[in-house]
Design a protein around this ligand. Structure first.
Ligand code: KG4
Ligand code: ZN
Length: 361
């Protein structure tokens, strides 16, 4: 049974066709990096406009690549929140239109549930079993959420154990990259450059949480990096990196390294290591507290190579599952996969399905 998935919650227009929640027939992602890059972050109005431009060709391409006709589809699934309201509206409205004109059931999917199902999908693909209950850490530009996931029959149930009280982990990467003159998005560049730095050169204090010990906080770390940058006379190297970015949107590692002294590489590596330590520490604490059989880590930050290394089974005492990078960042295959158990139980949405920017899971 084929599900067409549509995802437009932030700055990626994505469509995918997935068979029975486990076989990806197509997974098309049109990214808007080039539009937002010059503003150093996602501009919501521009994002909606780009989604409008891209949605029809992206869905068409996903159907063509899958080699599936509309009459073969069992449902159309769409992200209905959380996210940017204007962006969500494009996907939700288009999915409703397809549902009516193609006579298909409509399934609204929570974006965070999608990120978790990226791993469920991949494990099914590999024929591996993912045991539940599991912990799921969703770490992206907009979210740092830790869930406890149970499977009741065919139905998944989620309990939020902790979340960030300020910046999301990806947001911290993006803000630190911006202040170091590394452009947007910041995660991938810091990931590459931090490989040349010493992750233990700078000891940043760990966030101390009052109340829920499984909550996260990254704004203090971002401020600590800012103070170091301000006190270190780094204006000249930052100016050179900004200039490099203006002359070339995607500099090579060698070009970045030419403008980046060792102390700055050490700073990046230490920042990245602190983020990883915070994430691993909370997941390990949650694993002890809850009866979990495994840990799922998903979302854009799950692409981070140092985080993947630090999140070993030894560190959390449980098997750890990361999706392939293409399924970690925003995509529609994860949305179609999350819709599969809902299709089995005929949990359909009607045309009153709304775009909900702060939808919770
Ligand atoms: O899941 P995603 O594509 O979109 C959201 O739902 O936010 O995540 C994007 C975020 C950005 O903040 C980006 O900087 C971060 O994921 N990111 C990374 C890496 N690749 C993407 N952060 C750290 N290391 C990476 N390799
Ligand atoms: Zn996301």
């Amino acid at each position: 049974m084929y599900i067409l998935g549509i995802e437009t919650s932030c700055d990626e227009t994505a469509a995918a066709v997935v068979a029975s929640g486990e076989r990806v027939l197509s997974n098309v992602v049109a990214s808007q990096f080039d539009v937002h890059r010059r503003y150093g972050g996602v501009v919501p109005e521009l994002a909606s406009r780009e989604h409008l431009r891209a949605i029809v060709p992206v869905v068409r391409q996903a159907m063509e690549e899958a080699g599936v006709g509309r009459q073969e589809l069992a449902a159309v699934a769409v992200t209905c929140g959380p996210g940017l309201v204007g962006s969500l509206l494009v996907g939700v409205t288009y999915a409703k239109a397809l549902s009516v004109s193609w006579g298909l059931p409509l399934i609204g999917v929570n974006h965070l549930e999608g990120h978790i199902h990226a791993v469920v999908l991949e494990q099914k693909q590999k024929g591996d079993t993912l045991e539940f209950p599991a912990l799921a850490l969703v770490v992206s530009g907009g979210h740092t959420h830790l869930f406890w996931v149970r499977l009741e029959g065919e139905e998944y149930a989620y309990r939020l154990l902790g979340r960030t009280r300020d910046d999301a982990a990806g947001e911290a990467f993006d803000k630190v990259a911006k202040l170091l003159g590394l452009g947007y998005p910041g995660g991938p560049v810091i990931d590459l450059l931090a490989r040349h730095g010493n992750p233990r050169a700078v000891r940043f204090p760990m966030a101390k949480m009052k109340g829920n010990l499984l909550d996260f906080s990254f704004s203090g770390l971002k401020t600590a990096v800012l103070r170091r940058v301000q006190g270190a006379g780094m204006e000249e190297e930052i100016r050179r990196r900004r200039e490099l970015l203006r002359s070339k949107p995607n500099p090579s590692v060698e070009e970045w390294l030419e403008t980046t002294p060792q102390a700055t590489l050490d700073l990046m590596a230490s920042f990245q290591n602190t983020v990883a330590e915070e994430l691993v520490r909370r997941a390990a604490a949650a694993a002890v507290e809850h009866d979990a059989r495994g840990v799922i880590v998903s979302g854009g930050v799950a692409c981070n190579s140092w985080l993947r290394q630090q999140f070993s089974a030894a560190a959390v005492g449980l098997p750890v599952f990361f999706p392939a990078p293409k399924l970690s960042t925003d995509n529609a295959a994860m949305i179609a996969a999350a819709a599969w158990p809902k299709l089995l139980r005929r949990r359909f949405s009607d045309l009153s399905l709304a775009a909900e920017p702060s939808l919770s899971l």
